[in-house]
Design a protein around this ligand. Structure first.
Ligand SMILES: Cc1ncc(COP(=O)(O)O)c(C=O)c1O
Length: 362
């Protein structure tokens, strides 16, 4: 689906130079490179605070904990996302309350949020799925009116924006994943939280380091969730190029659209949205046949996500059943993500489009 080696070879000299500097510095965890990365990402989003952590999952988990969300609370989120979104809510003892999605963007449907708000609701956790911003203006309006916290899951949306405002900068916290396949990916695990709330940020800094601000004084139970210096330098090298990487993803997406829009439903970009195409996801009622023919022609494709969260075995205790979230369920039956990454060859896109045409037209 993506060729990380191609990108590595383009930046290899710089990466190896930086890694060597870290190795010779003997400072491997939460050092000056993590601080520099935090500064860069904070400024890029126009925020006051940025805190590096060990993963995107931890970014969500520690955000919820620092915001005081816990046992008995409800957090409204989408059923059409990676499992970690709901896991983070369950880690703090809260209950995920699902709201169906918009069919065009696959993001949480803002118009259906209010009917799910109860006196237990404490937060909304939208996900900018596949790199398309959720309707943050509408979500923030509801959150302000109903006094709810907002945690943005930006694992797939680094660099995306809505009317010029970056994803991650709308809510109380914005949570990023640096998993290698992400738009800004490390060569291992990593994550970051951005916020304008210094109290919440200080809480997260403590939580990532065993409940300590240092000096072996532990004010609360925390976690070991630190970002290491090796990942930080890799991310610093790639961060310099992230806008260009996202621009290239958009060019690839636009080429796919021009070749495919007559045979399948192509990704939609709403007015004012800057989609960063973490995934290029088409939909078709003949999805399984299409995937099989792509496979036979040596073209990879992946179904993100074949089972919406409310139907996952691990969440069976919530008592959901098929039909509860029909838009998400239909998406799960029809979506197919095609290869997309900045270095993807245009010739490969044309070849993929030919196979799709042969399959669906012929
Ligand atoms: C939407 C979403 N949320 C959360 C995560 C979790 O991030 P990580 O794998 O860095 O823990 C991911 C990453 O896979 C994701 O795609």
């Amino acid at each position: 689906m993506l060729d990380l080696k191609k990108q590595y070879l383009e930046i290899k000299d710089e990466i190896l130079y930086m890694l060597n500097e870290v190795l010779e510095s003997s400072q491997y965890v939460l050092g000056r490179n993590v601080m520099e990365l935090e500064q860069n990402i904070r400024k890029y989003h126009g925020m006051q605070e940025a805190i590096g952590v060990a993963s995107g999952t931890d970014a969500l988990h520690l955000s919820l904990r620092s915001l005081g969300i816990g046992k008995g609370d409800e957090v409204i989120t989408t059923p059409f996302t990676f499992f970690a979104t709901a896991e983070a809510i369950l880690y703090v003892g809260a209950t995920p309350v699902f709201v169906d999605i918009e069919p065009e963007t696959y993001n949480i449907d803002r118009a259906r949020i209010e009917e799910k708000i109860t006196e237990r609701t404490k937060a909304i956790l939208p996900v900018h799925i596949f790199g398309h911003p959720a309707d943050m203006e509408g979500i923030m309006e509801i959150a302000r009116r109903r006094s709810l916290k907002v945690v943005e899951d930006c694992a797939q949306s680094f660099g995306a924006s809505l009317h010029g405002k970056m994803t991650g900068s709308f809510g109380d916290t914005g949570c990023f994943s640096f998993y290698p396949s992400k738009n800004l990916g490390a060569y291992g695990d990593g994550g970051m939280i951005i916020s304008d709330d210094s109290g919440v940020a200080d809480g997260i800094r403590k939580l990532r380091n065993h409940g300590s601000k240092g000096g072996y004084r532990h004010e609360c139970l925390g976690y070991n969730s630190r970002l290491d210096e090796m990942q930080a330098v890799i991310l610093l090298v790639k961060f310099k190029r992230i806008d260009e990487y996202n621009r290239k993803r958009r060019e690839k997406a636009s080429l796919y659209c021009s070749l495919l829009s007559d045979v399948v439903a192509c990704p939609h970009e709403k007015d004012g949205a800057y989609h960063v195409f973490h995934q290029y996801t088409i939909r078709s009622t003949k999805r399984d046949l299409l995937q099989q023919q792509l496979r036979e022609n040596g073209i990879p494709s992946v179904v993100y996500y074949p089972i919406p969260l409310h139907l996952q075995e691990a969440l069976a205790f919530m008592g959901h059943r098929e039909g509860d979230f029909p838009v998400a369920e239909q998406a799960a039956r029809e979506v197919l993500s095609l290869p997309i990454y900045p270095e993807l060859d245009d010739g490969d896109i044309r070849l993929t489009a030919e196979v799709v045409h042969r399959c669906l037209k012929g």
